[in-house]
Design a protein around this ligand. Structure first.
Ligand SMILES: Cc1ncc(COP(=O)(O)O)c(C=O)c1O
Length: 507
């Protein structure tokens, strides 16, 4: 772990007295669960695993998903809501995390045939699985055969399911949800966003007629929608429309019993709000030329200077939120709905005896994983930036698509490290230009050296294995699950060998 010397303080004073540009060293400490901090403090274990399984290495903390599931369940309990949390498995391939979740009263939301097969093998009974996403025939057939709740994306899927029903040996109907989008915002004005997913709301009348005609084949559970993290403005209107359509379906003799409001709840990546805000301010001043650059090739990370003025918007997520994911969720279902006399979705659902389904992915994976890499070497870039080259690449962190802005933790193999005078940029092992692990500079106290370990925190959601490839025959990371045993010692398992029930049985 980095120590706390501050070699920059004197440099900063010198720079200011000489009237040079501001060279302060902004930090963004990652929010870190105590289990992760403890693991990183056990140096022998960290280096033993890296030596044994190679770099990069993803370390999963399956027990942390249990804590978050409990928090989401409390939101249901406090509002006396019935329904189901479907853990969206798409952001991470770990089997350990699915097995851990399967020990709780939650379902699993899968989005491909392969994920469905994995869900069944992780211990989820078909009655607990929901199938979302665009579906090929293999996915539809297996879903229908296994009595999975199929969240229909389009009319072709609906028609195929009716055809399929006649080929199934049993009498049971195929259980479906229907995903909608293109909601009218009512008094709230927003720029409509196009989407490849869902059936447009204006086609809802045709859908309802179809459902009426095929009641013998399809058991209609209700409507659903999903918006991405941060997209809160569109949710109240979407909830209102789905509720109105559900009540209309009931009047017409259909039996919708649930509303599915999808996922999209956020994670707090940064530990401290002031630190995060001042990092963003420093980045902006660097773009305006008021300090040395903080981004690779002065890209500005979405900001730019035009006619002396700052323009643009960050191309990275907001890393600090006052609310955790379950609080985000609570605020969505507690929002007053103007079409329902200011009653909240929570109240309307519980009074109508309808169930609430949600599909959190990212939020349930908060603090569930880190990505470790060995340092290969350090050097200066052509323009004089301090580079730290890692034995991992951008696909191992999905860094082209998702920028992780928190400072990685460094585990030093030895104490003999020199003060790090400048900010460093982490680059990867691909023989390609711009294999950036992070596109911005961070400021460790000590300069890492070959063999040291660098740990990126909170990478389980969409980062560690979402876009990972063995490009240029570089490796994809192994996954290791780490848990505390009954005696308080850390135990590790290869991801596929982790079994929380066997552990509880004392194995
Ligand atoms: C249909 C659906 N549900 C749930 C999710 C999970 O979203 P998040 O990880 O933002 O909670 C996604 C993610 O893309 C999705 O497409």
């Amino acid at each position: 772990m980095s120590n706390s010397s501050t070699p920059s303080d004197t440099c900063l004073a010198d720079d200011l007295s000489l009237g040079r540009k501001n060279r302060s060293r902004p930090r963004v400490k990652a929010a870190m669960h105590r289990s992760i901090a403890r693991f990183l403090s056990e140096k022998e274990l960290v280096f033993g695993l890296l030596d044994g399984f190679g770099s990069p290495l993803n370390v999963i903390f399956p027990e942390n998903i249990s804590e978050t599931i409990e928090r989401f369940k409390t939101v249901y309990k406090q509002r006396q809501l019935q329904g189901r949390i479907f853990y969206t498995s798409k952001p991470n391939k770990s089997l350990a995390l699915k097995k851990q979740a399967s020990c709780y009263d939650v379902g699993l939301d899968v989005s491909s045939h392969g994920e469905l097969v994995k869900a069944l093998s992780a211990g989820f009974h078909p009655s607990r699985i929901e199938a979302t996403g665009p579906k090929n025939l293999d996915y539809l057939v297996l879903g229908a055969q296994q009595d999975i709740l199929i969240n229909v994306d389009n009319m072709t899927e609906l028609q195929k399911l009716v055809e399929l029903k006649s080929m199934l040996p049993s009498d049971r109907k195929i259980r479906i949800l229907v995903r909608l989008d293109g909601f009218d915002g009512g008094p709230v004005k927003f720029t409509p966003q196009d989407s490849a997913f869902a059936i447009p709301c204006k086609e809802a009348p045709a859908v309802i007629e179809f459902l009426e005609r095929h009641q013998e084949s399809l058991d209609f559970y209700g409507f659903s929608f999903h918006f991405n993290a941060g997209d809160y403005i569109r949710r109240p209107g979407a909830i209102e429309t789905c509720l109105e359509l559900s009540f209309e379906c009931m009047n017409r003799g259909l039996k919708p019993r649930a509303l599915d409001i999808g996922g999209g709840y956020r994670i707090r990546y940064a530990d401290d709000q002031d630190e995060w805000n001042s990092f963003v301010e420093e980045l902006k001043s660097s773009v305006l030329g008021d300090r040395d650059s903080l981004s690779w090739n002065e890209s500005g990370l979405g900001f730019r200077k035009e006619d002396g003025v700052l323009k643009g918007a960050p191309n990275f997520m907001e890393h600090y939120h006052a609310n955790d994911g379950h609080e985000d969720f609570a605020s969505v279902i507690d929002t007053p709905l103007h079409k329902f006399d200011g009653y909240s979705a929570a109240r309307i659902l519980s009074e109508s005896l309808m169930e609430l389904y949600i599909e959190p992915g990212r939020a349930l994976l908060d603090q569930c994983g880190i990505t470790l890499s060995r340092v290969n070497f350090t050097k200066s870039s052509i323009l004089g930036e301090q580079l730290v080259s890692l034995d991992m690449n951008r696909t191992n962190l999905n860094s082209t698509q998702l920028k992780l802005m928190t400072d990685p933790e460094i585990v030093f193999r030895s104490d003999e490290r020199q003060a790090c005078e400048k900010g460093v940029m982490y680059v990867g092992n691909l023989c390609l230009t711009h294999d950036m692990i992070q596109y911005h500079k961070t400021f460790p106290d000590l300069l890492p050296q070959p063999g040291d370990a660098v740990a990126f925190i909170n990478t389980a959601a969409y980062q560690m294995d979402f876009a990972e490839t063995n490009v240029l025959e570089q490796r994809v990371a192994e996954k290791i699950a780490v848990v505390e045993d009954l005696n308080g010692r850390l135990r590790w398992f290869q991801d596929i060998n982790y079994n929380p029930i066997a552990l509880k049985l004392g194995n």
